[in-house]
Design a protein. Sequence first.
Length: 144
Amino acid sequence: MAAYEEIAAAHGPEIAAIVARRFAAVVAEGSPGMVRYLDGLPDYFARQAVWRREFDRSNAQRAATSPTAAKARTRKPKPAATTTEAPFSDKTSPRARVSPDQVRAIRRRRAAGETSLALAAEFGLTKRNINLIVSRQRWAHVAD
């Protein structure tokens, strides 16, 4: 008990309460290996709790005075997008390998009986991509 009174006198009752709770938990756990460390454990817990308190204070001060934190507090919300354009249009992505007109041609020619392999060779795609276009799993937004 004298150790807790010393800790309370040195660091305050808040740290002494933390140490008491942690020490009681270790003793209640009943770990036989901890018995030899019980003498120095309250001091260790006190050092740990004091360090944690100082760490939390310095982080709080740093967050309150950092320029990025001030910027985050004054950040204005972005306005909602005001586009009248349809979500899918005939405008193609720069990464697209075929245009919407080519997609229509692929579907029309495949329905006419051309093989997927022949269409793939002509348009520079794979047979799988041709089949995905025809089955509307790709380019589903393009109407015939």
